[in-house]
Design a protein around this ligand. Structure first.
Ligand code: HEM
Ligand SMILES: *[C@@H]1O[C@H](CO)[C@@H](O)[C@H](O)[C@H]1NC(C)=O
Ligand SMILES: *[C@@H]1O[C@H](CO)[C@@H](O)[C@H](O)[C@H]1NC(C)=O
Ligand SMILES: *[C@@H]1O[C@H](CO)[C@@H](O)[C@H](O)[C@H]1NC(C)=O
Length: 327
């Protein structure tokens, strides 16, 4: 058992390291145009200002940490990390009913306003959101990683497309396939789901597991009985919020994974990562090796932040994250 875990660990670490090695392919991916020193000359204080603002908001309201991480995921999950989720008009992703529980927009707006003062028309909203998600992770006790910059902001945002993001009731095949479409693999799926070690979910996203699983009028058999009773008490209304990690809801740790072993995963999509053969080895590895989780989380977050990025002339630097610039 021990050796099995060690072997898997070494294997995963190798994968992780090779993912951040420089790419020497002849055809460039858009992400190859991102760089760590992108704002070094044009806005050297950008990263510091973002970190300072994110820290101040989270100190006032810790719940913004998970919300910013989720906001970044929902941005990258649709049309790539192009800040399309921030566009605020009729018919945009943000206006979709599936986006109604997204939060943290005002944090990004405040950062953007400060950066427009310091270095006008320079730092994209997509880069701000990516760095804010990293900083939120660190403030919550997660790993630090360097964010490559140079993303441009998109001009397109379509409400229907927001429905592509998994909602919590999908099967593992659907999750794997969806992650594949954005260039992420099964290890990324299991690792990034570990973000559910902090934050909350509305009762509406899992209530079927409590009262009527799969049309059976019975609870989900893969739900721990004492946890089931707790959820019944916590959900008076469908809009009530419940911690995704019932044991350590504000700590960025591996308890999310040990919860799955005890059948106290909140969402269907959380719990089934433990029962499906394709994902369960990774759940077991994360549950027993906090160091592995922290390391792989940063590797997978860099990958997430590079999904279908717009660079150079592929997009613009918005002046206000809520609206595209006028031509
Ligand atoms: C694997 C597929 C995923 C599914 C099905 C899923 C589903 C959900 C759902 C249903 C919620 C609660 C939303 C609500 O109350 O309306 C949620 C919250 C959250 N998700 Fe995910 N998620 C997934 C992946 C991710 C990823 C990749 C990340 C980030 C890396 C992430 C980070 C979060 C965070 C931090 C929260 C808490 C938000 C808050 O407290 O405001 N999720 N997720
Ligand atoms: C998973 O869900 C999809 C979409 O709802 C469905 O078509 C597919 O049959 C399901 N697969 C399994 C293995 O249950
Ligand atoms: C859900 O119900 C359908 C039809 O009764 C059944 O075929 C399927 O196996 C059930 N799925 C699960 C996950 O229990
Ligand atoms: C249910 O949860 C309790 C408390 O976390 C745990 O001790 C128990 O082993 C769990 N039961 C199952 C069947 O996993």
């Amino acid at each position: 058992m021990k050796f099995g875990h060690l072997a898997l660990f070494v294997f995963l670490l190798h994968l992780g390291l090779s993912a951040i090695e420089p790419v020497t392919a002849t055809t460039k991916n858009p992400a190859d145009y991102l760089s760590f020193d992108y704002y070094l000359k044009t806005c050297p204080d950008a990263e510091g200002i973002i970190q300072q603002k994110v820290g101040a908001w989270i100190q006032k309201d810790f719940t913004l940490a998970p919300s910013l991480i989720r906001l970044h995921f929902h941005d990258c999950a649709v049309r790539g990390c192009d800040a399309s989720i921030l566009l605020n008009f009729k018919g945009s992703e943000r206006a979709s009913y599936v986006s109604s529980t997204l939060r943290g927009f005002q944090v990004i707006d405040e950062i953007k306003a400060a950066l427009e003062k310091r270095c006008p028309r320079t730092v994209s909203c997509a880069d701000i959101l990516t760095a804010a998600a990293r900083d939120a992770t660190v403030f919550a006790g997660g790993p630090f990683w360097q964010v490559p910059f140079g993303r441009k902001d998109g001009r397109i945002s379509i409400d229907k497309e927001a429905e592509r993001v998994p909602q919590g009731h999908e099967n593992v095949t659907t999750l794997i396939n969806y992650f594949k479409t954005i260039g992420l693999d099964i290890l990324d799926l299991v690792t990034l789901s570990g973000a559910h070690t902090i934050g909350r979910a509305s009762c509406s996203t899992f209530l079927n597991r409590v009262y009527n699983f799969n049309g059976t009028k019975r609870p989900d058999p893969s739900l721990n009985t004492s946890y089931l009773n707790l959820l019944k008490r916590r959900c008076r209304r469908t809009t009530d919020l419940v911690y995704l990690d019932v044991i350590t809801p504000r700590t960025f740790d591996t308890v999310y994974y040990t919860n799955l072993q005890k059948k106290v995963g909140l969402l269907t999509t959380d719990q089934e990562l433990h029962s499906d053969q394709r994902t369960s080895p990774f759940v077991e590895a994360m549950a027993s090796q906090p160091f592995l989780f922290q390391n792989q989380f940063l590797v997978s977050m860099v990958k997430l932040g590079n999904v279908q990025v717009l660079t150079r002339n592929g997009g613009e630097v918005r002046m206000n994250c809520n609206y595209v610039n006028h031509r």
